[in-house]
Write a protein that binds this ligand. Sequence first.
Ligand SMILES: C[S@@+](CC[C@H](N)C(=O)[O-])C[C@H]1O[C@@H](n2cnc3c(N)ncnc32)[C@H](O)[C@@H]1O
Length: 282
Amino acid sequence: MKFLKKYPRLYNFLKDFKSILREALAPSKAAKFKGWYGMTLYTDPPWISTDLKQDSLEHQFKLVDIFTKNSVEDGSMKLIQFDHYNLDTIKILSELTWRHYIVFWSSYYAARNTKSNIKGMVEVGVADGLTLNYAFHALECYGFEFHGYLYDTWDEVVLENPSTKGTETQYDYLDINTTKSNLKKFEEKLTFKQGFIPDTFTGDQEPETISWLHIDLNSSPPTLDTLNYYWDRLESGGVVLFDDYAQPAYIDTKRAVDVWLLDKTDGVILQIPSSQAIIFKV
Ligand SMILES: C[S@@+](CC[C@H](N)C(=O)[O-])C[C@H]1O[C@@H](n2cnc3c(N)ncnc32)[C@H](O)[C@@H]1O
């Protein structure tokens, strides 16, 4: 079939057709997960194992994932970042399930492995609050006290990816009130820091120590600003989770993070096939 690669549309059509046919003829060999960036897995994802215990992380995640999809369907959660482009949000959420499992798992792991009584949970690049919905539910499920610090412009912002997309302006359609409404359940535990990073790293209403830091900015300079600002405040046992680490469009972020990490003796990075990466703080 290799010579057909000269005709990409025909090649992709035949490839899809072949996999549909294979799955129809041998359902036991069907893909168990199809997601983001064409990730196709034939292994069982943790949340669909048949003998999940009620209080297992996998089962709790599955409940939160169902709750999230129901909230989107009944309109109580609005995801403007997908609605703005008329995308099929439920389909996207399904494709993002592995990503959300990692968010859930890393939040729980960081909470369990840090000493603070109130876990500092920081996200830079919040948009509608989708990731934080999973992170906060993970802590709630296991009874951890926490406080969330949410950084975003919720307005147009300049993104810098010099090697790929160059300089772009995006996200003028976001609305902080939608994010507040999506996360209303946790409102007493939240501090919103609206504005451009690094300008919002002011020291005002910010934590001295944190357990979990999620960086999802789609832009390399503020990613570095965030690492420089928060690394020393990250407790031993805590984690930094990156959303954009291995996506080709954000290669500048990966390069910048890898160089930044070179002289850190207290961090070990793990890249994950979902395109995320986790730095575990020793
Ligand atoms: C991919 S979205 C975040 C998605 C979100 N974490 C989620 O999973 O739903 C990236 C966000 O980063 C924000 N952002 C990018 N650069 C920023 C900067 N320098 N300061 C503040 N926010 C920034 C954008 O406004 C946008 O909301």
